[in-house]
Design a protein around this ligand. Structure first.
Ligand code: COA
Ligand code: AMP
Length: 634
């Protein structure tokens, strides 16, 4: 029997008592004066008056409690053929010294540090060192282009950037330094220093005066005997800013606070993931995403568990057995990945033949998130691995699961296609456009009654005025998740898709609006639409439709490839934008709104009704004819 309903109802009966109890998992320098204060910020703040430090809770206290010799981080990099283990004592040593190095460059409480790095242990050291100083990190995913990095630099205004000479993709080395230099060139804000980790595969050119070699800086700091202590910060102070796609090219800076974040993550490690201190937890994501922040770095370390930093892919590094090798070699107790990774594995090894090469005896659970877990993939993984496959649903904004099957409280029945039930802290409702509750089984807007629980974003960086219009104005009193779905009679949630222009490509959240801005900037494009077409591997793939300006006679193929290159240059390879079609006109409503939903249905080959408000239905046939002449190939 699961304790879920008792625990959830316990939270409902007294939310503050619930979170005060959960807060005992954290070491505080000063306890909270109020567990929740509804009068601060857009909807209130948690653990007001408390003082704490995240790095202290992730490292120092575990060393003090005797975990010094236990592995904190295992780095496994099939793309470089490297493995390395850092114990908690070694991690403390590295973080103390790197934090002192940052402090030596003038970084102190409240300053921002942008981290633009591949999946190497130094990324964790940089994040934790920043947290140690009470400074605020903002990690930018390596697959973003210089322009995206520049936008983030101008918003976060970092004193220092920590980067590396390169990242390693299976087929090529991605030189980070030229991207970093280009971003700094583009940005108005200039950091005073860049610390660059020189990797053996690529030696970056350093700019005298501004750029510092990671190894030299650390060696110098050590030689000077400098180490940094943990700086107490308010529980409500930001730990990090993580930018996520908004509906325009201006990303939203999701702020994560310090105290509530620790309380929430510590609760989930035990109760959602069922992971004990000392066990190995592997989140096969990237630190550039929220999953990487919460479950590669902070969750496992707060819990005194061992985390894995994996620099590789589910397939091709070297084969579709890569995940199972890592699970077996490092005794992984729970693996967390995106359904797209499993689909990639299943495509190459449908019979799971490679699984038989490894012992997965320690693996208890496979967790999935980042995109809808389609029932076929869930069933295949259950069959192939013989462990429960647990979908859970959350967002960058929430930082942890809104809905899950809480393994630590006792598993509930798995219904493939559903991330199961709301977690304590989340009072989830399904509303129609007018804000009325819809019946069970009926599709609607999924919203969370305010306040959001600890760990969720309290505000947007530099843009509190965007909070209401983006999240709470539409359904007053509720947080709009911008996901659509329904609840069944057993209280299980089903998340079916977004209600805004966000698409999900291989578990990566991208804005079609931002891509449209890039397409529109091409000199020959008069207007455009970008939709997410269904894709068997990546879930969705962006497809652009462009109408050319009158009088343009250039070769269509040239224009198409220029548009594709432009998206790669401005947004980055992660957008996976490879397909564009030139059309003579776009379907619109009589009031001029482009019917993107209908274009998507035509591209997906699903049934659709001709919208009553359409200006000219003949355009739909034109789009259909163009797509059938050159079908979309992933
Ligand atoms: N730095 C630089 N470039 C990167 C990058 C990084 N950190 N990560 C990805 N890219 C590039 C890739 O090289 C690729 O470029 P290309 O167009 O030159 O080939 C592009 O971005 C798209 O990459 P990716 O999404 O990894 O696609 P893929 O076709 O190489 O691999 C999968 C497909 C399914 C194996 C891969 O998408 C995957 O592992 N997905 C899981 C995603 C995940 O875990 N998401 C976390 C959400 S919880
Ligand atoms: P991100 O902010 O990048 O984590 O993306 C969040 C979005 O991904 C959500 O709003 C959903 O649209 C989608 N998503 C994440 N996890 C799931 C899931 N388990 N089921 C369905 N959609 C999901």
């Amino acid at each position: 029997m699961s304790r879920y309903w008792d625990v959830y109802n316990g939270w409902r009966a007294n939310p503050e008592a619930f979170w005060a109890e959960a807060a005992k998992a954290v070491d505080w320098f000063k306890p909270a004066e109020r567990i929740f204060d509804e009068n601060i910020g857009p909807y209130g703040r948690w653990f007001v008056g408390a003082e704490c430090n995240t790095a202290y809770n992730c490292i120092d206290r575990h060393v003090a409690a005797g975990r010094g010799a236990q592995p904190a981080i295992i780095y496994d990099s099939p793309v470089t053929g490297t493995k390395r283990t850092l114990t908690y004592a070694q991690l403390l040593d590295e973080v103390e010294v790197f934090a002192a190095a940052l402090a030596g460059l003038g970084v102190s409480k409240g300053d921002r540090v942008v981290i633009y790095m591949p999946m190497v242990p130094e990324v964790a050291i940089a994040m934790l060192a920043t947290a140690r100083l009470g400074a605020i990190h903002s990690v930018v995913f390596g697959g973003f282009a210089a322009n995206e990095l520049a936008v983030r630099l101008d918003d976060a205004k970092p004193k220092v950037i920590v980067s590396a000479s390169c990242g390693i993709e299976p087929k090529h080395v991605v030189k980070y330094k030229p991207l970093l230099d280009a971003a700094i060139e583009m940005a108005t804000h200039k950091p005073s220093h860049c610390i660059v980790l020189q990797r053996p595969m690529e030696q970056a050119t350093l700019q005298a005066g501004r750029d510092l070699d990671w190894a030299d800086l650390v060696a110098k700091t050590r030689a000077e005997g400098r180490r940094a202590m943990c700086v107490p910060v308010d529980a409500t102070d930001p730990l990090y800013i993580l930018y996520t796609s908004g509906s325009t090219g201006q990303p939203k800076g999701v702020v994560r606070d310090t105290g509530g974040h620790m309380v929430a993550l510590a609760w989930t490690m035990k109760n959602v993931y069922g992971i004990a201190p000392g066990e190995v937890f592997w989140s096969a994501s990237d630190v550039g995403w929220v999953v990487g922040h919460s479950y590669i770095i902070y969750g496992p370390l707060l819990n005194g568990s061992t985390t894995l930093i994996y620099e590789g892919k589910p397939v091709g590094t070297p084969d579709a057995g890569a995940f199972w090798r890592v699970v077996s070699e490092h005794n992984v107790a729970a693996l967390f990945t995106a359904p797209t990774a499993l689909r990639a594995i299943k495509k190459e090894d449908p019979q799971g033949a490679l699984i038989a090469n490894y012992s997965l005896s320690k693996l208890r659970t496979l967790f999935l998130a980042g995109e809808r877990a389609d029932p076929d993939t869930v069933r295949w993984a259950e069959w192939a691995l013989g462990v429960p496959v647990i979908d859970h649903w959350w967002q960058t904004e929430t930082g942890w699961a809104i809905a899950a099957n809480p393994i630590g409280l006792g598993a509930l029945l798995v219904k493939p296609g559903s991330p199961t039930v709301p977690m304590p802290g989340y009072d989830v409702h399904v509303l129609d456009e007018d804000g009325h509750e819809v019946a069970d089984g009926q599709l609607g807007n999924i919203v969370v009654k305010l306040p959001l629980p600890p760990g969720c974003f309290p505000t947007l960086w530099n843009a509190e005025e965007r909070f209401g219009p983006s999240y709470t104005d539409h359904f007053p009193g509720y947080y709009k998740t911008a996901d659509a779905g329904y609840r069944d009679a057993d209280g299980y949630l089903f998340i079916m898709g977004r209600t805004d222009d966000i698409i999900n490509v291989a578990g990566h959240r991208l804005s079609t609006g931002a891509m449209e801005e890039v397409l529109s900037s091409h000199r020959d494009v008069a207007e455009c639409a970008v939709i997410g077409a269904a894709d068997a591997l990546k879930g969705e793939l962006p497809i652009g439709f462009i109408v050319l300006k009158a009088g343009v006679t250039r070769d269509a193929k040239d224009i198409e490839s220029e548009v594709v290159a432009l998206v790669r240059e401005r947004i980055g390879p992660v957008a996976a934008f490879k397909t564009v079609r030139i059309v003579t006109r776009l379907p619109k409503t009589r009031s001029g709104k482009i019917l993107r939903g209908t274009i998507k249905k035509i591209a997906d080959g699903t049934d659709f009704k001709i919208p009553a408000t359409i200006d000219d239905p003949a355009i739909l046939d034109e789009i259909g004819a163009i797509l059938s002449k050159r079908p979309i190939a992933s």
